[in-house]
Design a protein around this ligand. Sequence first.
Ligand code: B3K
Ligand code: ZN
Length: 878
Amino acid sequence: MYRETPQPIHLKDYRPPEFLIDRVELRFELDPECTHVESRLDLRRNPAAPPGGGDLWLDGEELRLTHLAIDGRVLASTEYRVDPRGLTLYQVPDRFTLETQVEIEPSLNTALKGLYQSGDLLCTQCEAENFRRITYFLDRPDVLARYTTTLIADQARFPVLLSNGNPIARAELTDGRHSVTWEDPFPKPSYLFALVAGDLSLIEDRFVTASGREVRLQLFVEPHNRDKGEHALNALKKAMRWDEERFGREYDLDFYMIVAVSHFNMGAMENKGLNIFNDKFVLARPDTATDADFDGIESIIAHEYFHNWTGNRITCRDWFQLSLKEGLTVYRDQEFSSDVGSRAVKRIRDVRALRTHQFAEDAGPLAHPVRPESYIEIDNFYTATVYDKGAELVRMQSALLGPTTFRHATDLYFARHDGQAVTIEDFVRCMEDASGRDLSQFRRWYEQAGTPELFIRGHYDAATWTYTLNVRQETPPTPNQPIKRPLHIPLAIGLLGPDGRESPVWLAGEPEPPAPGTRLLELTEPEQQFVFTGLSERPVPSILRGFSAPVRVHDDLSDADRLFLMAHDRDGFCRWDAAQTLHERLILALVADETHPIPEDYLAAFRHALGDTTADRALLAEMLTLPSETYLGDRMAVIDVEGLHRAHRHLMCELGCRLRTELLAIYDSHAETGPYVFAPEAVGRRALKNLALSYLVYAGDESGLACCRAQFETAHNMTDVMAALGLLVDQGGDEAEAALQSFYRRWTGEPLVIDKWFSVQAKFARPDALERVKALIHHPDYSPHNPNRVRALVGTFAKTNQVCFHAVDGSGYRFLVDQVLELDPINPVLAAQLLKPFERWRRFDAGRQALMRTELERILGREGLSSDVFEVASKALA
Ligand code: B3K
Ligand code: ZN
């Protein structure tokens, strides 16, 4: 909590550390109420740092110092100074051993940063700057040390004691306690330190690496969750094999441990050899977890595993380089999911998320470059921009280099920087050195915030058989970056002939046409023209294939062109995108005029798609899913909350009525037979079936409603149960209440399922949604101390229930701010996460803007606000 205005930290102020730490020995006497931490650090002056003064600064927060000695000599009080941020040691030698002892109170640590209690467990979260809440340290990622950690605790209460690396000693002590010593052979930054203590059940598996080493895979869960770990372990094995094959990366320790905990601020954490996970991203059984949950588990397990090379073996020099590990690791997990599932469907989902969250962030008051230049609270920069736009920048480099050269470039990166703390610049240089390409203009992507816009015009000349594409790029100004320079943008395109076949994308002046198919154009100028030749008829261009760059495209295609692309394009992403644009234009037309007709050719395309029994079910479901109200809002000059909701509903209802026969046929022919399997085919079938059901129910169709009731009663998998429950809750009335009650009774005792029960009640635009959410805050199962529960209820309401959150009387805004202010002293990271929807505040009408502004000002008026919430609220208003 701050008293003065928190000050930003700037990238330009980076200095190498004056001291290095070679070895760390830690000894924990664990107790939730009072844990003793002893540390011995071998320090030496950094030969690479410019000479500084003789003092040494160590980070340390919320620690009670009980002992301090240098080379065995206890320091007098004149030889050091303690303040709330750390410890200054005056005039230290060039090389010495520092001993400290501190006390900490895990049970009072509601912020879940550092060492904290989750249920009966003790666990840690040190990224980004929380190791300093465990002991005094140079808590920065460019200080890499070897750790030996001894954990001592009551044997009955904490039978399992884990830390990074390998166990090297165990002992039973006479007082009922026991100890385990762990040694991590790999030097690591402090943010990758972890420990866990508790009564955990072990599920074990093994993996033999490409070079023949056996790795023990250990998943630790609370005993009652033993039957929900299989999927996570399978995902881990798949990820390990994939990383060997695709990136040549093998695992390096004898143990790979994953622990699932119920209180966690994010998804998971890649601590070396000891991942700690939010249990939501580990535990799954077909009857408790949906397909989306199974999918999330697979990709997050993979993501954390991939960090072992991109993040742990090669780490970040400073936190401004966060995307070095996060962007690259997201790119790697996206590629993994594409390879083990459907590439087109994965791409579509990632693009949908990027457009909904990252584009909004990039267009709002907290827009920042992938490599930010300053921050107040680094926890606020684990953003869609750093993660997902960062992944797009890696993807563009892989496209510019091509797969073989890109692999050489990543090999070079791993060989050149293994064991180092490096920068984004070091990564890009590897891309250049391996390819011989000049990426100097490309680097601007890392520095420049905002989503570039492409304005594309096509012209066909029948006389010369040429088709000309004129492409202009422009990036709108963002806070503190009024002027933008042109970017190096890979633009993948195809040209479709009137029969739907691919034409060669043949640039005028080239002697020979290339083979028909996709071609990567490179934009570098503010405006460029591409002339394609050899075209006897006007082609339909397929633009930005595979979403080859994170840009917005404004083209001059007609609705007929889009229907054509939707039917014929070989690029799954472009087929989907054509359908989405058609849905979007229609909904926006309905906002403007409720009586706007639903075009017959649009209905026919829908009907045709539903009848195509050969099409990939998952892709079809994506194509026929309408864009969300949140996304559509961002496409309007001023977001029309009610108009959008009405139009969206109206179109769902019309489609349900007009396509009733086809939708019922889909529903019937896609019924679940046999036991649940999580495989792309089966997931796609369920997605399409449940989409058909939603159209029917929104249309008020009696047979659809009957199917929905029956599905809720009889389905054996959570995907189908939740799909039906959501539709029933949306309909409201006694039936909804009865369904909610029976669901609650069935699943009480399964917190992750009860989270779904909370979120389904917050999600739908029912007139009583806010009252219900407010009442649920007082439900005995609600707790502000559990981030999953808070996100399920408050987060779902504010993020997905656009109509109720943006109620014109401001009641939704007041509710959210009340919650944020209540949570801030408990868990500032979570409180700041909840403020995200306010970043869009300037996109609404004047009345709502005024209401939101008042609420943001109310936050800033609160005394003792955390720096996390202060940063978001103050920047939102700036
Ligand atoms: N690296 C962690 C995120 C840590 C967030 C700290 N506020 C998880 C991940 O991206 O894999
Ligand atoms: Zn990550």
